[in-house]
Design a protein around this ligand. Structure first.
Ligand SMILES: [Fe+2]
Length: 311
């Protein structure tokens, strides 16, 4: 749809997932990092945020890890309006140095991890459609700001994200030293698949033991889903096991349904140590041939590792 300059960005026209001309234009220009054009949010976008935020409160109290609840209160999110990233960052940055950084959509794998290394979190600014609050295959601002960012107020968790970024940096260095182009691509795919699986089963869908041994949620995919946060803890059909790195890196996952398999860490110190171990395994070659299957790596993901600046 071609829009003229004046039609393009009317205040209040909406920044709704898959219906945001501002995002389409940014992407067509190749702009990954963008500003958050706050005036474009529609009243419907704010209402969607208000409903999502209101209904999940009781589930957070029941299922979320204490660190997450502390993070929510430290960020002072407005329950009624879509958050401004600048406001969020004013509370967040002094705590751990992390900042939410607006992006126009998918961030290629290396670039994503490299942002974490610099304590920047690529953040989607669109809001899911008010008519489909429950299911969304792609991230939106509720997932990124309400699901991820409260965890970034915790020092040990924030350090763990940085370790992920450092591990990706090590991966780029390893693959760039490989001379055979075919082997190079095969290595990128295997190592990145291991990293992505580990990220998925921890940062996105992780469970943790609470003080009294009870299970709590720290994974953002669960924390931003009204239905799945309860399913993850209550459903007898979900397999929940103490995390084992060798299992996680070889375990495929699918993104279009509730997760049937979840892994439990003891603490964020435990999680941090596992990222260390993952990087050691990478250096020893143990990630060179992980099991095939999801997630698949796009051309863009592969290129991001080849073009990474490593020193
Ligand atoms: Fe996420």
């Amino acid at each position: 749809m071609a829009l003229t300059q004046t039609q393009q960005f009317q205040p209040g026209m909406g920044l709704t997932t898959t219906k945001a001309p501002f995002i389409e234009v940014a992407r067509s220009r190749g702009e990954l990092y963008i500003e958050q054009p706050y005036e474009l949010y529609s009243e419907e976008n704010h209402e969607a945020w208000r409903r999502l935020y209101a209904r999940i409160q009781e589930r957070w109290q029941r299922y979320a890890t204490e660190k997450f609840l502390e993070g929510v209160s430290k960020l002072c999110l407005d329950p009624n309006r879509v958050p401004r990233l600048d406001d969020v960052n004013q509370f967040l940055a002094p705590l751990t140095g992390f900042k939410a950084k607006a992006v126009s959509g998918y961030v290629p794998a290396y670039i994503f991890f490299d942002c974490l290394r610099r304590r920047e979190f690529p953040t989607t600014i669109t809001v899911r459609d008010i008519n489909s609050l429950d299911y969304l295959p792609e991230p939106d601002i509720f997932h990124d700001i309400a699901g991820h960012v409260p965890m970034h107020t915790d020092k040990r968790f924030a350090d763990t994200l940085v370790r992920f970024g450092e591990a990706a940096h090590t991966a780029a260095r390893i693959v760039q030293e490989i001379k055979d182009p075919e082997l190079q691509v095969q290595r990128i795919i295997s190592i990145t698949r291991a990293l992505a699986r580990f990220f998925w089963f921890t940062i996105e869908f992780g469970l943790m033991r609470g003080k009294n041994g009870e299970l709590k949620v720290y994974g953002s995919g669960l924390l931003s889903s009204y239905g799945e946060i309860a399913h993850a803890i209550e459903s007898p059909e979900v397999q929940r096991y103490p995390i084992q790195l060798e299992w996680v890196i070889n375990q495929y996952f699918e993104i279009d349904h509730y997760q049937p398999l979840l892994f439990i860490v003891d603490s964020f110190d435990h999680l941090f140590d596992l990222v260390d171990q993952l990087e050691r395994w990478m250096l020893e070659g143990k990630l060179n041939n992980v099991a095939p299957g999801e997630p698949t790596m796009s051309e863009e993901d592969i290129r991001s590792f080849l073009e990474a600046v490593v020193d």
